[in-house]
Design a protein around this ligand. Structure first.
Ligand code: KG4
Ligand code: ZN
Length: 342
């Protein structure tokens, strides 16, 4: 007899993407609708929370309809609803949480709460089954952290940024170079045409922990550009971008290697918006080749940014483990994984 397929309707609205997906057995995307608001936020140079929530409200019901239609399923075919409830912008999160609760209530479906960062990690599920223990480097616009997963559905932070996230640093430096938000992709492209001639600092690289800091790098970058402006010197944008990127990539790679030495794992996962960075992917490819027993899984480029497919994959695992939320589920803007007990 054919085994019944598990279908999850998943929601993601933590920042500036409204996304709804239908996922089969946690590993097959039947649909993944993503409505981005980037254009509305560009003129402000970053995401404006109030504007973001309003956009989510406008498009969420259309996204649900489109996700079901594209997957060719109805509410009756679904087994569960999964939703990002944190971390993120509270007003944005609330739109997804409220929509998911409404669907779960109206169709009598279990509601599965999902941590957005677990979602980013599970984007890798569309490349390979996750094998434990695993280590993930999560680099996004809001977070930069190393997460150790001793077994399925267990996430422990072993290190994180003490100030700016890596993506945030890309975006802030981009502003100084006159690049539109979000600047990561364009800086990445510029960097590949330049050289690391400025030798910016590599913060915390040699400290005995797995934490990061990018605000000093950002300030050093801004100082160099402002000083050049004042003396009328024209700096090469490509070299500036290459130098900035080299510093970010060096620190991320060094800390990852340290973590892999301390935590022997079967897989290493690179995920989050900044995981799309070519220099970072190439550098880690090269470094990971030295760890014969560690499989390197990169989240697919299309699923590095925020989307509901990754939430459906993480939601399926949480669903199997019996995680359920009631209709009093609230958004938790500062939701965090636990730190590891040492
Ligand atoms: O994960 P994400 O889509 O949203 C958050 O949850 O934050 O990450 C967005 C971030 C932005 O800061 C963007 O500039 C950065 O990812 N990003 C990149 C690249 N593509 C996107 N950073 C560096 N290189 C890239 N190719
Ligand atoms: Zn994200």
């Amino acid at each position: 007899m054919e085994e019944k397929r598990n279908l999850i309707l998943s929601f993601e609205s933590s920042c500036d993407e409204t996304s709804v997906a239908v996922i089969e057995n946690g590993c097959k995307i039947l649909s993944n609708i993503v409505a981005t608001q980037i254009k509305s936020h560009q003129r402000f140079g970053g995401v404006v929370p109030e504007v973001a929530s309003r956009h989510h409200i406008e498009v969420i019901t259309v996204c649900i309809k489109d996700a079901l239609a594209e997957a060719n399923v109805t509410y009756d075919d679904l087994d569960a609803v999964a939703v990002t409830y944190g971390p993120g912008l509270v007003g944005s999160l609330l739109i997804g949480v409220t929509a998911a609760k409404a669907v779960a209530f109206a169709h009598n479906l279990p509601l599965v709460p999902v941590n957005h960062m677990a979602g980013h990690i599970y984007a890798a599920r569309y490349v390979s089954e996750i094998k434990f223990p695993a280590l993930a480097l999560l680099v996004s616009g809001g977070h930069t952290e190393l997460v150790y997963m001793p077994k399925e559905n267990e996430f422990k932070i072993i290190g994180e940024t003490r100030d700016d996230a890596a993506g945030e640093a890309f975006d802030k430096v981009g502003r100084v170079l006159g690049i539109k938000y979000p600047a990561g992709k364009e800086i990445d492209e510029l960097a590949h045409q330049g050289q690391d001639t400025f030798h910016f600092p590599r913060a915390m690289e040699n400290e005995d922990n797995f934490d990061f800091s990018f605000s000093g790098l950002k300030s050093a970058f801004i100082n160099v550009v402002h000083h050049a402006d004042q003396v009328g010197e024209v700096l090469d944008k490509k070299d500036l971008a290459a130098s900035f990127e080299a510093s970010v990539v060096d620190v991320l790679a060094e800390k990852t290697l340290k973590a892999l030495e301390k935590y022997p794992v079967k897989q290493f996962i690179l995920a989050g918006g900044v995981a799309a960075n070519k220099a970072l992917r190439d550098r880690l490819d090269c470094e990971l080749s030295k760890f014969e027993n560690v499989e390197f899984i990169k989240a697919p480029l299309k699923l590095c940014g925020d989307n509901a497919a990754m939430i459906g994959a993480a939601g399926f695992v949480a669903y199997k483990h019996g995680e359920r939320a009631n209709l009093d589920l609230n958004a938790n803007p500062s939701l965090e994984f636990e730190w590891i007990d040492e």
